[in-house]
Design a protein around this ligand. Structure first.
Ligand code: ADP
Ligand code: MG
Length: 340
């Protein structure tokens, strides 16, 4: 094990009755790293974070944060961590500043220290201008920044963020990602972030563990994960086809050489293929269904392709970041991710 690891997870398993939600997971996180847990809904990401936060007890295996065991030294662990969970409570009628002072008092932070801390944190997330506005009037992106700030009140060495961009519009997602990176860079905070969004993992994380059905199926930097795929016999091609019809897609899907077929728009197909006969078979299939190929492009693998290759299915961003927030469930409720 690496001496510089601040988080050491070994054979961590969580069972709910007979169902294994987290299956023998091991990984280390280095001090100052942004570490991503990437996987579809139900993969076990939140359960891993809950165990690392002392909120759920592992069925077996161990996890240490800063040398403290999550079961034996749970109080010490809690002092080191900050949690931004999927659901967060804040008081809509209180202002940004009042909320933070309230939660800071729960941590027993001395009054004068807390006042400065709150001012600094509001400045950090560029909400100083709104410090005396009620949180209920904030946009979803601003509220999410408040959620993150709330988790930073006790100056944690390790910050856990569970799906921080879920339900945010693209611009707010960019802001949150940039803010997490800034925090990591300037304060040296170690971060574990869960996401089902490829773009989050790709743009934010130093290393990514791809999780599927409770297991880590790959763990590396984004660049290395993509390189691994280039090293296999799998090729990704993009075809432009005149008269692209559902029959063409269905026929290609039945071919052994095609690992996956994605229709990108009315004229483009993206296909993961393998084998020497692949091109011939695909061209024959398209022609047999009256399609005409107007261009073929060889694509560099994306993280989505890596995921597809490793798991055999796609992480569907069906919430698409554009889904409106369900206000009936309160301003902090965010839509659940789904895979199709
Ligand atoms: N308290 C619980 N009781 C029973 N099953 C649970 C509980 N929490 C999570 N699960 C199940 O464990 C699996 C992993 O859940 P979760 O960790 O929330 O996944 P993710 O965060 O990756 O979407 C899911 O199938 C979920 O239904
Ligand atoms: Mg989750």
């Amino acid at each position: 094990m690496n001496e510089k690891s601040i988080i050491k997870v070994k054979n961590l398993t969580k069972m709910f009755n007979k169902f294994t939600a987290v299956d023998n997971v091991s990984f280390d996180v280095k001090k100052g790293e942004i570490f991503g847990l990437l996987g579809p809904n139900g993969a076990g990401k939140s359960t891993i974070l809950r165990m690392l936060s002392t909120l759920a007890r592992p069925t077996s295996g161990t996890a240490q944060i800063g040398g403290y065991d999550v079961i034996k030294n749970d109080n010490d662990v809690r002092k080191l961590i900050g949690i931004v969970s999927e659901k967060m409570i804040m008081y809509n009628r209180l202002t940004a500043k009042e909320n933070l002072l309230f939660f800071g008092n729960l941590f027993n932070i001395p009054k004068n220290v807390l006042a400065k801390k709150v001012d600094d944190l509001l400045e950090l997330v560029q909400l100083t201008k709104f410090k005396n506005s009620q949180v209920g009037t904030f946009s979803t992106g601003m509220q999410q920044r408040m959620n993150v700030v709330r988790a930073l009140l006790n100056t944690p060495q390790v910050l856990y963020l569970d799906e921080p961009t879920l339900g945010l519009d693209p611009q707010s997602s960019v802001e949150i990602r940039e803010f997490i990176k800034k925090l990591n860079r300037e304060n040296g905070t170690t971060v574990i972030v869960t996401t089902h969004m490829m773009v989050d993992a790709d743009l934010m994380c130093d290393r990514i563990a791809i999780i599927d059905h409770g297991k880590i199926v790959a763990l590396d930097t984004s660049a290395n994960l993509k390189k691994q795929l280039s090293g296999t016999k799998t090729t990704i091609i993009k075809l432009e086809i005149v008269n692209l019809n559902p029959e063409i897609v269905e026929t290609i899907q039945t071919l052994k050489c095609a690992d996956s077929v994605t229709q990108e728009d009315s004229t483009h197909l993206k296909i993961l293929v393998h084998g020497e006969e692949a091109f011939d078979s695909i061209i024959d299939a398209i022609r047999s269904k009256k399609g005409k190929i107007t261009s073929i492009e060889n694509l560099q693998p994306t993280l989505e392709d890596v995921f597809l290759h490793l798991t055999g299915h796609q992480v569907r961003d069906s919430t698409n970041q554009k889904m409106p927030v369900d206000t009936h469930r309160g301003p902090f409720a965010r839509p659940k991710a789904r895979i199709r």
